[in-house]
Design a protein around this ligand. Structure first.
Ligand SMILES: [Zn+2]
Length: 104
């Protein structure tokens, strides 16, 4: 079997925006019940270009990419905070109470 595509064709992620029917919650509150939003298949996201429902597989891929990015950012941030914290403790060690009171 031959591959008909070129090497590693990457699927382009869709541009998505918050669903304006449920305001991105995926749920919409009816008179008595909360219902899943049909406009966005309860994902809270729709196509950013047409503002129409996207297949969930498209939404999930975008959300996954964003989540992974966000987790990476959080990990970076935590490392930065840890570094600052260590530095802060080092700075704190120097020069506590150096003066002598001679009492004359
Ligand atoms: Zn919706």
């Amino acid at each position: 079997m031959k591959k008909s595509h070129g090497p590693d064709f990457r699927r382009k992620l869709k541009f998505i925006v918050e669903c304006n029917v449920c305001r991105g919650t995926g749920i919409y509150t009816g008179v008595f019940h909360q219902m899943t939003c049909e406009n966005c298949h309860a994902s809270g996201w729709v196509c950013g270009e047409t503002l129409k429902t996207l297949p969930l597989i498209d939404v999930v891929q975008v959300l996954n990419a964003r989540l992974r990015e966000a987790l990476g950012e959080i990990a970076k941030f935590n490392r930065a905070v840890g570094g600052a914290h260590q530095q802060y403790e080092q700075n704190n060690r120097r020069g506590a109470g150096g003066s002598n009171y001679t009492g004359d």
